[in-house]
Design a binder for this molecule. Structure first.
Ligand code: GRF
Length: 220
């Protein structure tokens, strides 16, 4: 096997998706390696998770940077220094500029806890997403892995998984059901990317069949 894909994860919070990706890489299910974790929040649990797994973890605190440019330059420096090939946003609560997303075009992904293009965009994060889903009366929700562009939650969709909205659901119950799928879907998307099976044409993604197969692929 050739060298594994080098993944950098940007996270601001708990880091459960980070953990799922690290674990899937460790078991060999995903031919990639998390080589760097960056958080803008010095107390983020994601940093502890990374260190506990022996993954280099650094803080780039946006509050300590005079401008967004300076913040993003520091992110880029760290990612470049660790020769990161794929950037995964996993609960990263900073909006990235067009300049930054263009620099990583086609190799920066995010996971969102709803079925985009619904219930996404600026201000739609955390519990707010699930509250909005419940308020809408939607029967299903889920999660989406997508490429990141300068439009928040607006980049090309790579993979989705859906879950039912159940009678009497609270945002927390729905979030937990969605999270189970997130922890399956994000590693899957990283695997497909690492296998060279995620083809991006403009704003559309095609998932290519596994090498040697002529069957079309269904995702997930
Ligand atoms: C997830 O729900 C993800 O979809 C969203 O932020 C949350 C991060 O959770 N972008 P965790 O930090 O991975 O536990």
């Amino acid at each position: 096997m050739g060298e594994r894909l080098r993944v950098g994860v940007l996270a601001s919070g708990t880091g459960s998706n980070l953990q799922a990706i690290i674990d899937a890489c460790r078991t060999g299910a995903v031919p990639a390696e998390v080589v760097l974790v960056i958080s803008n929040v010095p107390t983020a649990q994601a940093l502890e998770r990374a260190r506990a797994c022996g993954v280099p973890a650094v803080v780039v605190d946006h509050r300590a940077c005079p401008t967004r440019d300076a913040f993003e330059s520091a992110l880029r420096e760290a990612l470049d220094a660790h020769r990161v090939e794929l950037v995964c946003l996993a609960g990263f609560l900073r909006i990235l500029s067009a300049r930054f997303t263009a620099a990583f075009a086609g190799r920066i992904m995010n996971i969102h806890p709803a079925l985009l293009p619904a219930f996404g965009g600026k201000g739609m994060y955390g519990e707010r997403v699930h509250q909005a889903v419940l308020a809408s009366g939607a029967r299903r929700s889920g999660c989406t892995v997508h490429f990141v562009t300068e439009v928040p939650d607006g980049g090309p969709i790579i993979a989705q998984a859906s879950v039912p909205v159940e009678e009497g659901d609270t945002p927390a119950r729905l979030a937990a059901r969605v999270a189970q799928q997130e922890h399956r879907l994000y590693p899957l998307a990283v695997r497909l990317f690492a296998e060279g099976r995620v083809r991006l044409d403009g704003d559309r993604v095609t998932i290519l069949p596994p090498a040697g197969s002529r069957l079309p692929t269904e995702v997930p």
